[in-house]
Design a protein around this ligand. Structure first.
Ligand code: TNX
Length: 603
């Protein structure tokens, strides 16, 4: 944080500095008319609460059953019991905001007739529509979105594009006062991140996909927030196992929730080619049909890919497509043997070894292939990045490797894109804007540090902290352990700014959590490995280092268990996190006033 960006009089509040609010606070009960009559507002076809306890992958169930208290709470939810949760603590947000100024007397309860007023700008309006979509199912409120020249909260929510340059391209300021909620930002992206913070300030039941009769009270005060790093991402390997569009959209939702702004798709590997290329059609029709262990293959049509890109863009997430070259190309070679060094089609590969396949760097046809493939992918990708892999090409050595990489880097530049590659690209010549994704396990890496001195910037994905395909513990199902076991604390306790020796923080563009999928076969598996570690990596990417504090983080993270459960999201109940043993929101002791305003869900 710089002085210029510090609002007058505001002091950063460390997440530990604000004591927990008591479970219920006197004087904050809403007037009866503020208590939602969800039965009236809910759509007639609404199902009873569908927020069933989230299933873990079958093998994990015994170790990771939801706490009994949570089940009781969910039963109450399903029965339509009126809930009166205490407001969450203003600073109880993941990733930790830059500045938090609680005003405990300024709590605000969202009324059923609230509107979302938004600056007259199409992208800002889209943020408002998404916020309304997030809040409507649980509240059952209509929450109309209204354009306004100067939006005011007016007893509801205002999303205001204002020109506060201090907030930067992704920052926002959120105020909760008795007049309502106001989020201000210089950009739609900033407004979007502000809405994700707002979402976390609602009681956990806001995540329910069916109406919940509750009092939607938010904690008073202000949050001023900006990211530490510009690049915050996660990677999904859709090549080892294929995941359809719906699964990818669900992963994008998880990224958006934690203010990540890049989704890296590992689209090609030995076991499958997952993106259609019109000029080389057999890449998918032949190379896309297989997956690890004989699982079904699949691929994205141009429309599928555009759908993913558009859904991500609506959430201010940029898709980074990876075509892994020159190794990890067995699937391509099964389709086009002319690219193989011996010109012979290899058999399809469904194992999990690496490093045996490569396209022939001495064959000109290989560069036609690279130019066509990258050209088509670039044309369908609005974001600036093309990831060209480069890892584990064990059979393309020395000058053959660097010569290939330098040529590919020129092809990417010629397409007007910015090249990213795994840090094995480091020895190749620098090219403008080049970014290396570092996945080492030992921060002493002079070759990468040298590439940084020559101009490269780094995305940090240390294998022993950020690899979400590593197991949590020896007895957790799914995943590898070649880079060690990664429990939540290990995912959280490192500093991207100092991690690689002789690489200054300014050279670090950001962080990314890769999820390789050799052992991952379903969305349930993905969520089990992502949650709760993805929020840890997200916090490293977003939050100022001054907020870094394991004890405080685990407390804040614990509050997300009930949110995921309410949303039907599976997660690993990591033992080092103090998940609430009792419900996040228990049926409040009923007062006369409460009873008068109370209704049940229409379900
Ligand atoms: C290494 S990390 C790989 C991947 C594997 C992963 C498994 C990297 C750039 N390459 O091919 O899937 O380990 O953890």
């Amino acid at each position: 944080m710089t002085a210029a960006n510090t609002p007058l009089g505001a002091v950063p509040v460390s997440p530990t500095a604000t004591p927990h609010q008591p479970e219920s606070r006197p004087g904050t009960s809403p007037a009866p008319e503020q208590v939602a009559s969800v039965g009236a507002a809910a759509p007639a076809a609404a199902e009873p609460a569908t927020a069933v306890p989230a299933d873990e992958p079958a093998a994990a169930l015994a170790a990771d059953e939801p706490a009994a208290g949570e089940l009781a709470r969910l039963a109450a939810l399903a029965a339509g019991t009126r809930l009166a949760p205490a407001p969450v603590r203003l600073g109880a947000v993941v990733p930790a905001p830059e500045q938090v100024l609680p005003e405990p007397d300024d709590d605000f309860t969202l009324p059923a007739d609230a509107a979302i007023r938004v600056s007259a700008d199409p992208a800002a309006r889209a943020v408002a529509e998404l916020l309304a979509e997030l809040l409507r199912p649980a509240t059952g409120y209509p929450l109309p979105v209204v354009d306004a020249a100067r939006p005011e909260p007016a007893g509801g929510i205002a999303l205001v594009l204002d020109d506060d340059p201090a907030l930067g391209p992704e920052g926002y300021r959120l105020d909760v006062t008795p007049a309502g909620i106001r989020i201000g930002a210089a950009t739609p992206a900033g407004l979007h991140h502000g809405t994700q913070t707002l979402r976390q300030l609602f009681p956990a039941e806001i995540e329910s996909t069916a109406p919940v009769t509750s009092r939607w009270t938010l904690p008073g005060g202000s949050i001023t927030d900006r990211p530490r790093f510009a690049y915050r991402g996660a990677m999904l390997d859709v090549a080892r196992h294929f995941f359809g569009v719906e699964d990818v959209l669900r992963v994008i939702d998880h990224l958006a929730r934690y203010k990540l702004n890049h989704l890296h798709l590992h689209l090609t590997d030995d076991q499958g080619w997952r993106i259609a290329v019109d000029s080389w059609p057999r890449l998918t029709t032949v190379g896309g049909t297989t997956a690890v262990g004989g699982s079904p293959g699949g691929w994205y049509t141009p429309d599928d890919y555009r759908r993913i890109v558009a859904y991500a863009a609506d959430r201010h997430i940029t898709v980074v497509p990876e075509i892994d070259l020159p190794g990890h190309t067995n699937a391509a070679l099964t389709a086009y043997p002319e690219l193989a060094p011996d010109g012979v089609a290899p058999p399809p590969y469904t194992g999990t070894e690496v490093g045996f396949s490569y396209v022939d760097p001495a064959n000109e046809r290989t560069y036609d292939f690279v130019t066509d493939v990258l050209g088509e992918v670039a044309a369908r990708t609005p974001g600036p990045w093309l990831h060209v892999g480069g890892d584990e090409a064990f059979k393309v050595k020395g000058a053959a490797y660097t010569g290939f990489v330098e040529r590919v880097q020129r092809i990417v530049a010629g397409l007007g894109k910015r090249v990213v590659g795994w840090h094995q690209l480091a020895p190749a010549a620098h090219t403008d804007g080049r970014v290396l994704q570092w996945w080492g396990t030992d921060g002493a890496d002079p070759v990468t540090a040298d590439a940084v001195r020559r101009g490269a910037r780094l995305i940090l994905s240390p294998g022993n902290h950020a690899y979400l395909d590593m197991k949590y513990a020896p007895d957790t199902p799914i995943g590898h352990d070649w880079a060690g076991l990664i429990d939540v604390r290990r995912a959280y306790d490192w500093d991207p700014g100092t991690h690689v020796t002789d690489v200054p923080a300014e050279a670090v563009l950001g962080v990314e959590a890769p999820l390789w999928t050799e052992s991952v076969t379903s969305l349930a598996d993905i969520e089990y490995l992502l949650l709760p570690r993805l929020p840890a990596i997200a916090e490293l990417g977003w939050s100022p280092r001054a907020t870094h504090n394991w004890a405080a983080f685990r407390e804040r993270l614990a509050g997300h268990g009930p949110r995921w459960t309410a949303a039907g999201i599976r997660f690993h109940r990591a033992p080092e996190i103090p998940w609430p043993a009792s419900p996040a929101a228990v049926p409040a002791p009923r007062t006369e006033a409460d009873t008068a305003g109370s209704t049940t869900t229409s379900g």
